[in-house]
Design a protein. Structure first.
Length: 114
C-alpha cells in the first residue's frame, strides 16, 4: 500500500506538472508579446516626439520666413513708390529740357531767316 500510495502521488504530481506546462507556455508567450508590444510603444512614442520637434522647428522657420517676406514686401512697395516718383520727376525734367531746347532753337534760327 505504501508503494501504491507513492505511485499515485507521483502520477498526480506528473499530471499536475503536465497540465501546468501549457499554462506556463501560454504565460511566457503572452509575456513575450507584451514585452514586444511595449518596445513598439516606446519606439512609436520616440518617433512621435521627434516628429513633433521637427514640426515645431519647421513651423517656427515658416513663421520667421513669412515675417521676413512681409518686411521685404513693405520695402519693395516703398521702393516701387520711390521709383514711380523718380520716373515722374524725370518725365517733368525731360519736358522742361525739351521746352528749353526748342526755345534755344527758335532763338538761334528765327522763322524768317534761313
Amino acid at each position: 500500500m505504501r508503494y501504491s500510495l507513492s505511485v499515485v502521488t507521483l502520477l498526480i504530481a506528473a499530471t499536475l506538472a503536465y497540465a501546468q506546462a501549457p499554462v506556463d507556455d501560454a504565460l511566457h508567450r503572452g509575456q513575450r508579446k507584451a514585452g514586444a508590444a511595449f518596445g513598439e510603444l516606446q519606439k512609436a512614442e520616440f518617433e512621435t516626439k521627434q516628429a513633433e520637434q521637427e514640426y515645431r522647428q519647421a513651423d517656427a522657420s515658416h513663421k520667421a520666413a513669412q515675417k521676413r517676406a512681409d518686411e521685404l514686401k513693405v520695402q519693395a512697395e516703398a521702393a516701387h513708390k520711390k521709383f514711380e516718383a523718380a520716373k515722374g520727376r524725370e518725365a517733368a525734367a525731360r519736358k522742361t529740357y525739351d521746352t528749353a531746347v526748342e526755345a534755344v532753337d527758335k532763338i538761334g534760327h528765327p522763322a524768317g531767316k534761313k
